[in-house]
Design a protein around this ligand. Structure first.
Ligand code: CDP
Ligand code: CDP
Length: 209
């Protein structure tokens, strides 16, 4: 069983994907971390994430980097988004994600192109979204809790610029798959979002049975 969870930044897709993985007893992969690792590696190499050769050279990184808190910093999001536009980068990360999705027993993956490119054959697909204002507030709360001083306005502008870039790219843009269920979490608590996600996935699994 493969569950694909896609959506824009801070929509709640990671929280929902983790909860679905626990509920159905499946392993989970946050694919955004892979792109964040590439973005952070480009920066640490002194390279330019907009340069395809610099970005491609950063696709080889140690697995230990995935645990580095720097990947979750505010700067890493735009670096990842800029690097992830290049087809060479997407191709370099493709097999790892595809293999994770197809492991025996199934998996939950969250990202931008899971339902459209990585696992178009997924048993259930969710497209998680929320208003920009709500997403900016959520990200702001997280950064304040971690002691990263960024203004709400700056975060909202960064989220909108990143979503626009992710939707505009030619290769694997952020979009809702035709057969994905839309889940707007703007007015939902975490618990309510998870309950709704489980109900949508259960309905898809029942359809398939
Ligand atoms: O993975 P993504 O960037 O889409 O979002 P996330 O990390 O799952 O959620 C972003 C933040 O919003 C986290 O701090 C979640 O706890 C919070 N959240 C929320 O307050 N209400 C929801 N319904 C979903 C997430
Ligand atoms: O947690 P948040 O939603 O802020 O971002 P993320 O999921 O960690 O993804 C960071 C960036 O990586 C995104 O803005 C995308 O540009 C890129 N990404 C992608 O292109 N494809 C994916 N499957 C996952 C992330």
């Amino acid at each position: 069983m493969i569950i694909a969870v896609d959506g824009p930044a801070a929509s709640g897709k990671g929280t929902i994907a983790r909860a679905l993985a626990a509920h159905y007893g499946l392993p989970h992969l946050d694919t955004g971390l892979l792109y964040r690792a590439v973005g952070v590696t480009v920066a640490r190499n002194g390279g330019d994430p907009d340069d395809p050769a610099d970005a491609a050279a950063a696709c080889v990184f140690p697995d230990s980097l995935l645990d580095d808190l720097a990947l979750r910093s505010e700067e890493a999001g735009p670096l990842a988004s800029r690097a992830s536009r290049h087809p060479q980068v997407r191709a370099a990360l493709f097999e790892r994600q595809r293999a994770f999705a197809r492991q025996a027993g199934g998996a939950v993956l969250d990202g931008r192109d899971i339902g459209t490119v990585i696992a178009p054959d997924a048993d259930a697909k969710l497209f998680v979204t929320a208003s920009v204002a709500v997403r900016a507030e959520r990200r702001h709360r997280e950064l304040v809790a971690r002691g990263e001083p960024v203004s709400l306005a700056e975060i909202a502008a960064e989220l909108e610029a990143r979503d626009a870039r992710d939707m505009a790219r030619a290769d694997a843009p952020l979009r809702q798959a035709d057969d994905a269920d839309l889940l707007d979490t703007s007015d939902l608590s975490i618990g309510a979002s998870v309950q709704r996600a489980i109900a949508l996935v259960d309905a898809r699994l029942k359809d398939r049975a």
